[in-house]
Design a protein around this ligand. Structure first.
Ligand SMILES: NC(=O)c1ccc[n+]([C@@H]2O[C@H](COP(=O)([O-])OP(=O)(O)OC[C@H]3O[C@@H](n4cnc5c(N)ncnc54)[C@H](O)[C@@H]3O)[C@@H](O)[C@H]2O)c1
Length: 357
């Protein structure tokens, strides 16, 4: 196990992984630091009931690498990191649990800065902040930027519009049929934007209360049964639940022109499914490019939060998406690979600057 983690770290380019346990609070945490060339690693803390420790390690490694790419392509001076906590959120979350975790984050001396992610909230960040200053996304009453989800949703919305510009010649969402998978914090705000612009929303979720939050607000939203979502034809598929929803099985069923959504690691295997989408004529907006709104928001929080400035920076996702499509076309590669190259070029350029070359 230990050897294989190190092999994977070497293969994926990770700098450091810290394993933390605390029997008193039930804390089992993995903090993965992928790359700190551009600055301290920053990424959320995910609390999830993983099927195995191996699955949790792989998630931490993949998500932290994604954060390196996300910050690099977004022009931020931040590196990539991520923490995963293993267990049942409904049983574990309390003040002592978060403060113990905060002390582990503090041990890294600022090399890793944490934030919210799946199953973690601004209130949890507040407890962490009692033990370390290396935490963001604390509530607004403590000077933080609060929940980043609405800003993330705005970035997904502008990236989706850029994809429409390329595919349809106009960036308007009016009349477009959009399947939103996941009516969580990001999905719900994204739906507001789509409907405001005259798009038709189809929704899939496994959580009835989140579905209701949407249908109570927008009566025109059509709810689909989860096992049949790809039976219907859409213009746009917006994955806003968990990762790997774009896989061989789903691509074979999909009848849509664009994939543009908030989830991390949407492609089950970028080397297989990136080219497969090209072959099927589906325009894919790379996940770490389109869902960077949250990290951009946090980077602004680190400078002293200003919401207008955060939104102005997030708006640039539109142009960056078009730049990505252009590069993919010019180099005859799939969009995810083009996005990785855009990020890697900035990492390499700045690494050279820092080495004085
Ligand atoms: N919140 C942010 O700012 C942010 C930033 C970047 C990326 N993301 C990513 O975007 C995604 C959504 O984030 P969020 O904050 O809205 O999360 P969330 O936990 O609030 O919402 C996720 C929603 O997806 C639903 N879901 C889970 N499995 C599903 C399935 N199989 N089919 C349909 N629905 C399912 C859940 O019931 C929930 O309603 C996550 O993958 C997250 O990592 C979020």
């Amino acid at each position: 196990m230990q050897q294989s983690v190190i092999d994977t770290m070497n293969a994926m380019g990770h700098e450091q992984v810290m394993f933390c346990t605390d029997p008193n609070t039930g804390l089992n945490a993995i903090i993965a630091i992928h790359n700190t060339t551009l600055g301290p690693s920053l990424g959320g803390t995910r609390l999830w009931n993983y099927n195995s420790h191996e699955e949790a390690v792989i998630d931490a490694l993949r998500l932290s690498r994604g954060m390196t790419y996300k910050s690099a392509i977004s022009g931020l001076n931040l590196g990539g990191g991520k923490a995963v906590l293993i267990g049942d959120a409904s049983k574990l979350k309390n003040e002592a649990y978060w403060r113990r975790y905060g002390r582990f984050v503090n041990n890294l001396g600022g090399k890793y800065i944490t934030a919210e992610d799946v199953n973690t909230s601004s209130k949890d960040m507040e407890y962490i902040s009692m033990e370390t200053k290396h935490v963001t996304g604390v509530p607004e009453y403590l000077g933080g930027s609060g929940d980043p989800s609405p800003i993330t949703a705005y970035g997904v919305y502008v990236g989706m519009k850029a994809a429409c510009k390329k595919v349809y010649g106009s960036d308007s969402l009016a009349g477009k049929k959009v399947l939103v998978q996941g009516a969580g914090n990001v999905g719900r705000t994204l739906i507001d934007h789509i409907i405001e612009e005259g798009g038709k929303v189809y929704l899939s979720d496994i959580n009835e209360s989140n579905i209701k939050k949407v249908t109570d607000k927008h009566s025109g939203v059509e709810v689909l049964s989860n096992d049949k979502i790809f039976d219907t034809e859409f213009d746009i598929y917006a994955p806003c639940a968990l990762g790997a929803s774009v896989n061989t099985d789903s691509i074979n069923k999909m009848k849509c022109a664009i994939i543009a959504g908030a989830a991390n690691n949407q492609l089950a295997d970028e080397n297989v499914h990136g080219p497969m989408l090209v072959a099927k004529g589906i325009t894919y907006v790379p996940d770490f490019l389109i869902n960077a709104g949250g990290i951009i928001n946090i980077s602004v929080e680190l400078e002293g939060y200003n919401r207008d400035r955060a939104i102005a920076i997030v708006s640039k996702i539109y142009d960056r998406t078009l730049e990505n499509f252009k590069m993919a076309e010019t180099e005859n590669i799939h969009n995810q690979l083009a996005a990785m190259k855009m990020a890697e070029k900035r990492l390499q350029d700045i690494a050279n600057v820092k080495r004085g070359l």
